[in-house]
Design a protein around this ligand. Sequence first.
Ligand SMILES: [Zn+2]
Length: 412
Amino acid sequence: MTAFFSSINLPNIKITDQETLDNRDIIVRVECLENGTHCKCCGKHIIKRHSLNKIIRLKHLPSCGDDVYIESQLVRYQCIDCNGSPTTTQKPSWYQSTGLCTDIYAKHIITELINSTISDVASKEGITQDRVNSIIKRYVPTEIDWSKIKEIKDLGIDEIALKKGHKDFVVIISTKINGKAVVLAVLKNRKKDTVKKFFLSIPKHLAETVENVCSDMYDGFINPAKEVFGSKVNIIIDRFHVAKNYRSAMETLRKKEMRRLKSELSEGDYKKLKNIMWILRKKHNELGDEEKETLNLLFKYSPLLKKAYNFQNKLTSIFNQPISQKQAKRKIKQWINAVEKSELTCFNTFIKTLNKLWNEILNYFINRLNSGFVEGLNNKIKVLKRRCYGIFNTENLFQRISIDFAGYGATY
Ligand SMILES: [Zn+2]
């Protein structure tokens, strides 16, 4: 015998009866105590009882592993003022009239979905994936409710590929409110017009609160941000996008040098350089002795790679130092000069980008808080990416991302 429910955490109800079925499902019968409803025609509050509606049965939070259902027979009220005296069924505040579960249960499912997948949640809860999908559809908005947002200080813009290895990008626009990342929109592509149109759709009083825009180096993000938010806004290139850029320059040189060494070295000597790609990517202070040996061997064969490697690490260390923007400017200028004086050409394109986006890249050093914001966001998006392959609809994607970022019924 299961303990009788004295409370099921639903407002304005009275428990009238409880039954445990043979399959251990528990049925709790309740009466709604809210008197009256609003007429579906004139909207007036009506209290004249007309009849009883059919019985609804809603899934509720389980109890000690047993499924719990709430059963209730809703009252139909009649409006005597409207033509034809139409009837309206009462609407308890704890479920959505088209749903098959209580709001509390829906909230529980949405919380379970944070950093999880629909199929995992469905099998854990013993419900179908369709049911999980229908809860998402009913309870999670498909776009941001601007009225919930008071200000947008930092705006983040980033892209994710929807299919592994494909170039179908969607763009994630986000902000940080009370220390928490909040997704403002998922845009269907990374075209400049799409981005600009979204920026223009931000209510004016909120657009005026934007102080920083964190972006990667893509013109299609930077230019619309400048055009819409004006010159008072700091455009900040996320340092990790900068690093990605100079690391890929280094990677190109590595490939070229390895091709050269493959043809010049004996097979045995070349084999000693295996894993070099991973060794070069690792932080130098995290290398083991054997890895350091391999690295030194490579540098003996390729002084050019050694130089490039040192330049790359030097630049990373500038970004890591707690220095002012002025100091950073001086140090990076020195870095550019030194690279240009060397015989290295692998960083030429990177240096061009650096000069072109000089202010935006250096803005990072004004307020490093932004990097934490983008970093945290990037990690979340990275994890999400793995689970979201296969979701091609931006509305669904917005729902799934908002669940991950804020859970159920986020209040900002
Ligand atoms: Zn009426």
